[in-house]
Design a protein around this ligand. Sequence first.
Ligand code: GLN
Length: 486
Amino acid sequence: MNLNQLTIKEARKLLDKKEISAVELTRACLARIKATDKKIKALITLCEKQALDLAHEADGRIAKGERGALLGVPYLVKDNILTKGVKTTAASKMLENYVAPYNATVIAKLNSAGAVLLGKTNLDEFAHGASTENSAFFTTKNPWDLKRVPGGSSGGSAAAVAADFCLFALGSDTGGSIRQPASFCSVVGFKPSYGRVSRHGLMSMTSSTDVIGPMTKTVADAAIVMEVIAGSDKYDSTVSREKVDDYGKNIAKSIKGLKIAIPQECFGDELSGEVKELMQNAMAKFKELGAQVTEISLPHTKYGVPVYYIITPSEISSNLARFDGFRYGYHSEVKKGETLNEIYLKNRGEGFGPEVKRRIMLGTYALSAGYFDAYYKKAQSVRMLITQELNAALQQFDVIITPTSPHAAFKIGEQNQDPLQMYLEDIFVSGPSLAGLPAVSIPAGFINNLPLGLQIVGAKFQEALVLQVANNFESATEWHQPKAKI
Ligand code: GLN
């Protein structure tokens, strides 16, 4: 086995016993990236020298007897998370040459833990999308089939973990962007509760749902990363001060007697027979493991996408107002006699791509005086109903399980001409985002050789329980084991 294929847990043992060094581990990842990323195009920036320096430093700390879960462990980060001194582009022409002046809190935490930053991964521009086709630079390919998308918006991170470029990656999830690409690439994608992980240094998309989370090869690894990145932050007042659980502690505990809810709305016409079958097999497995599986009804599920696509563009239209070419970002050549307004229009017109502009326009419309009540306010009311419905179900049941996405990875170019079709990708993932709940996507099977994940949703701040259910399924199945042949 090559070192880059290790899980965090496996690497930890070898590093601590000094059977391998952080430098060797880092070199293995760098070699894999250099040999394979030409085909996959997961990375926007590779930080080779910096990574080797960090790995040397980690080896020094290990030699002195220091121990830590991520000490010397190489990782990649989605390029909408600020990394000091390293380009952070959000995959937008607007920020093509932007070098972050400070680290996001998650990066600062990973730095002190001694993790090794390898580089930055591709995404849909400003995280708007579900395929990485909206990146201003290039589309990332799915390692399971290079003609297909890796999902999005954290598609670069998902593809990189699936191709063993790193031991783990960070993604961000506003309405599915960690979970859906995890499903398409057969990795674990964990979206924490809103307010569990600091958003400081994450480029704001939809501030009321944005959250950073890990993408890993196993559930146990997701628990390890969560323990390092979660917790309060003086720079983000929306982060809870509640103590961070020991996520690994009960992960292997049996789920016997746990109550699992399956919403019947997730088995409608939009699901193919194959996805239904895959879900039924998963339910049989949960029963075998001793859980009680009950069918329930969540009638508001169908409003998730329409509500999300009012609230998200509204917040985007406000959050992206700062990119005007003066304070930040791309500025076009100024011609003599041009007014300030003309310059703004040129900077934003040329700097933003089509999907970003579409969302700014939709959001500005939904927030405008004449339409605010009909769209934004209405969407907020329905968001409350969706949240109440999910919370009520989660008082009765321990977790809710759904497919992560309605189908496996689609072909590049197949859906990007039709924004509505692309938005429907989010049918099962938007509700938990609007309600701020923790949710994970884990590998659950293959359809025509393409992987597909299932989603486990828990009550707010019950990440430990979600990870326990996920880990039980993972230990009882082999879906996470096959590797993409690339
Ligand atoms: N598909 C969703 C969207 O396009 C997901 C975005 C995200 O979670 N960043 O908005």
